[in-house]
Design a protein around this ligand. Structure first.
Ligand SMILES: NC(=O)c1ccc[n+]([C@@H]2O[C@H](COP(=O)([O-])OP(=O)(O)OC[C@H]3O[C@@H](n4cnc5c(N)ncnc54)[C@H](O)[C@@H]3O)[C@@H](O)[C@H]2O)c1
Length: 255
């Protein structure tokens, strides 16, 4: 029996084929979950949903109505809601704070923070009757900063505040809420970060953005997905309000 057998889970940010959300979707499916996959990028989302026999919805997580519809469709098609990965996110730009574009700042906050707030707002009521687990994808940028990433860093700090508040509010209904905080992970988002840092193709195999990481490499999306699985499952039945690093030792210090 799988760790999520009989459970229904929503995963946002599930399109990018080599991304954390799609990788978690495959793992959750293998562990028996019924899935509702959500993303703005339709074609890969539909392909993954088809592969896994999952329901899917093309939706922008920063929109209130979209979140209401995601929950309604999940309850309609799957009959309940036991777990959610609030994982959709964008990185924005790498630029000093004094030069950072205001519209882009607002957009990063809208997807990464408002999207998580709306997910909590609409999904927690659907879990009240029988409890559940919500896992938010924060980052090492949620506990420390890097120059040039003002919007992203602010957003990933902010979701820890949302998580802690929701964990306290959800406890009476046995709704557990935690963050997973990855360091650089080999996904399309990391390709974009490398491009913005001017990394050449020749340098890519040397994990150029992981030089201060004690384990000296990027993480794999599977390594993040396994922490998400633990937190979403009953294995983590006493774990709520926590910040779970998947970071190759980054939070211990630099080497
Ligand atoms: N890759 C890393 O190094 C890393 C490290 C720490 C945290 N994270 C976080 O992990 C999460 C997943 O990142 P990833 O690396 O898989 O990135 P990714 O870019 O590969 O995937 C992100 C997904 O989110 C979707 N998305 C973007 N805006 C959306 C919106 N408004 N509504 C719905 N979906 C939307 C994208 O279409 C994409 O499929 C993000 O929250 C990211 O900030 C990533």
């Amino acid at each position: 029996m799988g760790k999520l057998s009989g459970k229904t889970a929503i995963i946002t940010g599930a399109s990018a084929p080599a991304g954390i959300g799609a990788t978690a979707a495959r793992l959750f499916h293998a562990e028996g979950a019924n899935l509702m996959l959500v993303d703005v990028d339709e074609a890969p989302l539909a392909a993954l949903a088809n592969e896994l026999g999952a329901a899917f919805m093309v939706a922008d997580v920063s929109q209130d109505d979209a979140n209401r519809e995601i929950v309604a469709a999940t309850l309609d098609r799957r009959g309940g809601l036991d777990a959610a990965l609030l994982n959709a996110g964008i990185v924005g730009n790498i630029m000093p704070t004094v030069d950072y574009d205001l519209d882009l700042f607002d957009k990063v906050l809208a997807v990464n923070v408002r999207g998580v707030f709306l997910g909590l707002k609409h999904m927690m009521p659907a879990m009240e009757a029988s409890g559940g687990s919500i896992v938010i994808t924060s980052s090492t940028a949620g506990i420390r900063a890097l120059p040039g990433l003002a919007a992203y860093t602010a957003s990933k700090h902010a979701v820890i505040g949302l998580m802690r508040t929701a964990a306290l509010e959800g406890a009476a209904h046995n709704i557990r809420v935690n963050t997973v905080n990855p360091s650089p992970i080999a996904t399309p988002m990391m390709d974009k970060m490398e491009d913005m840092n001017g990394v050449t193709d020749a340098d890519r195999q040397n994990f150029p953005l992981a030089q201060g990481t004690p384990l000296k490499r990027y993480g794999k999306p599977e390594e993040v997905a396994r922490m998400m699985l633990f937190l979403a499952s009953d294995d983590a039945s006493f774990s709520t309000g926590g910040v779970y690093m998947v970071d190759g030792g980054v939070s211990a210090g630099r080497v």
